[in-house]
Design a protein around this ligand. Structure first.
Ligand code: ATP
Ligand code: MG
Length: 419
């Protein structure tokens, strides 16, 4: 098939049935987040490339190889958002949201773009639902944020959910730890995978992510960041954990938890699902107290997460696709323009009154129109003919003349209440 007849590799069309399922995710997430005071935000699909380069991190996979970057007609470097946290912190600074009551709680449902190897659960354009609470360091923000994602995954029936949790500390303790880790990696350099060796200087933490057998062995004796946190970070993390414990949300401490973004500080977490294959991450996030400064804004603490809509749906229990409702199908019962116009107007009038109604749009015979009404599972069919309107109740098969379009609408409305 010609390329012009296919969606680009790693992308997909959201067809009507999928769209209906995705709406259920949106509705649940919105209900849970807005009940906690989060309000929706939308940022542009692309940003100045610096928004991501300064925050996500030069050494990360995202910046090194996954960004869709283009130069626009004005010579500016722009990047399709690979994630939404940095754009939201940019918006927070741009719109002076520090003047509002803190923390400012925002949620989003946005498409993201990453040039990745396309496979099940990993796409080049995908959708994230996310929540950010900006402007408070309180550990209760962290615990609440994690709880909200847990509630969404539970409500949507995501199977086999596990929560892993860690703390990355502050940049200072991380820098001290980084040197310890680099020393450990250098001492065992000959046993490491090539790409891990290459990144000892740039991103030694990523060594914990490697699947390479030799590297994994070396990492078993590596020093752990959790053992090298500042007292304040230890206490912050303990409070987050105490709040999660009090909420009876199960989790495992994973001292090797590495997120693919450099901006995290203190709390980091990830929800995985056993129902997913290799791409087991459903959603994750953490605290990013240094991000605003990295963008050149005033230092502002923040905490948030993102979860992939496609992975949520892959990991969720099958649920019935909500069917579109058609209460009234208006059939054209004659060949003349007056009947066609009257039918057209009846459907419009019914919709204005709140009745889901469709009119014949393809010139079918009366028999064909009844077939179409059956396909739509229409509750009533109105037949608009030269001599007036007949209304057929498709449930009991009764058909009778109705004096006016308003009477049709009234009957259908009454029928809706009766069922
Ligand atoms: P992974 O470990 O799968 O690469 P990640 O660490 O890159 O995930 P984040 O950047 O934290 O993921 O994004 C949050 C969520 O967005 C993920 O948990 C996942 O559900 C989803 N996600 C990330 N990348 C993709 C992708 N390429 N296709 C579909 N969903 C994705
Ligand atoms: Mg990734």
């Amino acid at each position: 098939m010609s390329d012009a007849l296919q969606a680009p590799r790693g992308t997909f069309d959201v067809l009507p049935e999928q769209s209906a399922l995705r709406l259920t995710v949106e509705v649940s997430a919105r209900k849970i987040l807005e009940a906690a005071g989060y309000r929706r935000i939308e940022t542009p699909a692309f940003e100045d490339t610096d928004v991501f380069r300064r925050t996500v991190g030069e050494s990360t996979d995202i910046v090194q190889k996954e960004m869709y970057t283009l130069i626009d007609g004005g010579g500016r470097s722009l990047t399709l958002r690979p994630e939404v946290t940095a754009p939201i912190v940019r918006a927070y600074a741009e719109h002076g949201m520090h003047k509002l009551a803190q923390p400012v709680k925002l949620w989003y449902l946005s498409s993201c773009f990453r040039y990745e190897r396309a496979q099940a659960g990993r796409y080049r354009q995908f959708w994230q639902i996310g929540a950010e609470a900006i402007g408070s360091e309180d550990p209760a923000v962290d615990a609440e944020s994690i709880l909200l994602l847990a509630a969404i995954l539970e409500e949507l029936g995501v199977r086999g959910v596990r929560l892993r949790l860690a703390s990355l500390g502050t940049p200072a303790s991380r820098a001290r730890y980084r040197e310890l880790l680099q020393a450990h990696l250098r001492a065992h350099e000959d046993r490491l995978a090539h790409d891990v060796r290459e990144r000892i200087d740039l991103n030694p933490l990523r060594a914990f992510d490697s699947d390479h057998a030799g590297t994994r062995e070396v990492m078993q004796t590596a020093p752990l960041l959790l053992d090298h946190l500042d007292a304040a970070d230890v206490e912050h993390f303990a409070t987050v954990r105490a709040l999660l414990d009090a909420s009876e949300l199960g989790y495992e401490i994973d001292p090797t938890l590495v997120r693919g973004l450099d901006y995290y500080t203190r709390t980091v977490f990830e929800f995985t699902s056993e129902a997913l294959g290799a791409q087991s991450g459903v959603g994750g996030g953490g605290r990013y107290d240094g991000l605003a400064e990295q963008l050149g804004a005033h230092a502002t603490p923040g905490m948030g997460w993102a979860a992939g809509i496609e992975r949520i749906l892959l990991a969720a229990e099958e649920r019935p696709v909500p069917e579109p409702v058609c209460d009234l199908f208006v059939a054209v019962g004659g060949d003349g323009a007056p009947e066609r116009t009257a039918a057209f107007l009846l459907a419009a009038q019914a919709r204005r009154a709140g009745v889901p109604a469709q009119v014949e749009l393809a010139g079918r015979s009366l028999k064909g129109q009844f077939k179409q009404a059956a396909r739509l599972r229409a509750r009533y069919v109105a037949i608009v003919g030269a001599d007036g309107i007949e209304l057929k109740d498709m449930e009991n098969g009764e058909q009778s003349a109705v004096p006016s379009p308003s009477a049709v609408v009234a009957t259908v409305l009454r029928g809706r209440f009766e069922t």
